[in-house]
Design a protein around this ligand. Structure first.
Ligand code: SMG
Ligand code: MG
Length: 370
């Protein structure tokens, strides 16, 4: 049990090494909210994965700061001493905002684990010490540019490639990338909701390229559409945006809408809910993998610890820090060696902050509490 004393909401700006284009927009610079919690037993940090715009999901970073400072933090602290395992329950009367809840839970969990001298990897039961690393590749203006980028990632040793697709950028890029990387390398696609129920026949044309999965082809709410599509195409249908909780995961599996699940701790309200979804999927025989939200070394370290669990049988979007950032905010950024990432086992979420650099990219800081 800890007493929550202060919460610093720290906004940072971090340029991407190259613009990242998806079916919902292009990102060039990340605007990230970090939470720094101080307790009577020590401190912890959490990264909020909400993006600057409400495009990937309804949450966005300005709203996250507001809901945390005006609603979540006052309620959390009013309840007295707390453990990380109780954070979600104490916020249960608030609807939505899973990414904001997840960030708070992560900061409290980081503090709790550091105080106990243990790490998230051990907390989760100590799975593998290294995991295969996949890379997510954006949409480009030309196929030549795409192929150049993919070749670079193949040379970097990544274990699988994920291509972002949208109508007009799907069959041909997939065909050419499959040709480039050969039949044996894992390849998958992510539409970020860009298609609709009439696109089944078109998407069935992807079947011949032996994809691991197609991620979130249809809108977030369209569970029935995904179930119908899963029957119409051979490529396994994987849900990302649609899965916002254990309940939505269980229902989507039951309805045949999710043959595979992308688990993102932020999207489902925290690392503890993410673990529960993992356990459910193991029980139901549904493969899972760990998604990415272009996190810094804070979020990536925790994602790697989660992805060490045995149900994560597919490579996750846990690429090297250098895939997105020239310099990370942690002392030991994630690297990819021989297609794998080493799971951090240090205290808390397993990262060590580079405070000096962090200060230089801080755009605002607000502290709540005495
Ligand atoms: O973190 O490596 C990463 C990015 C993985 O493609 C990725 N994430 O829908 O899965 C997804 C997207 C969401 C963020 S795109 C800006
Ligand atoms: Mg996705």
């Amino acid at each position: 049990m800890m007493e929550l004393r202060q919460l610093e909401l720290r906004r940072i700006a971090l340029d991407l090494v190259t613009p990242f284009r998806t079916s919902f927009g292009t990102e060039q610079r990340r605007d990230i909210l970090l939470l720094h919690v101080t307790t009577d037993e020590g401190e912890g940090w959490g990264e909020c994965v909400a993006m600057a715009e409400p495009a990937y999901s309804a949450e966005f970073v300005d709203a996250a700061g507001l809901v945390i400072s005006d609603h979540f933090w006052p309620t959390l602290t009013a309840g007295g001493r707390i453990t990380a395992e109780e954070v979600t329950a104490r916020l249960a009367r608030f609807s939505g905002h899973p990414m904001s809840k997840a960030a708070l839970e992560a900061a409290v969990l980081d503090a709790q684990l550091r105080a106990a001298g243990t790490g998230l990897h051990a907390y989760f039961g100590g799975g593998r010490d290294r995991i295969p690393s996949g890379v997510s590749v954006g949409i480009f203006d030309s196929l030549d540019e795409l192929l150049g980028q993919v070749q670079g990632y193949v040379d970097d040793g990544y274990a699988r490639i994920k291509l972002k697709i949208e109508p007009g950028w799907d069959i041909e890029p997939v065909r050419l990338v499959r040709e480039l990387i050969g039949p044996d390398m894992g390849l998958q696609v992510d539409a970020n909701t860009a298609y609709d129920r009439t696109d089944g026949e078109h998407l069935a044309r992807l079947d011949e390229y032996d994809l691991l999965l197609i991620e979130q082809p249809l809108p977030e709410e369209d569970i029935l559409g995904h179930a119908q599509l899963a029957k119409a195409i051979r490529t396994p249908v994987c849900l990302d945006e649609s899965i916002v909780s254990l309940q939505t995961a269980a229902d989507a599996i039951e309805l045949g809408a999710a043959e595979i699940i992308n688990i993102k701790p932020g999207r489902v309200g925290g690392y503890l809910e993410a673990r529960r979804i993992h356990d459910l999927c193991v029980e139901r025989g549904v493969p899972v993998w760990c998604g990415g939200m272009v996190e810094t070394g804070i979020g990536r370290a925790a994602n790697a610890a989660l992805a060490a669990l045995p149900g994560f049988t597919l490579p996750g979007d846990i690429s090297a820090s250098s895939r997105f950032y020239r310099r990370d905010i942690v002392v030991h950024p994630i690297t990819v060696d021989d297609g794998h990432v080493r799971v951090p086992t240090g205290p808390g979420m397993g990262f060590e902050l580079d405070h000096e650099f962090l200060d230089t990219i801080t755009t605002s800081s607000v502290t709540l509490g005495a």
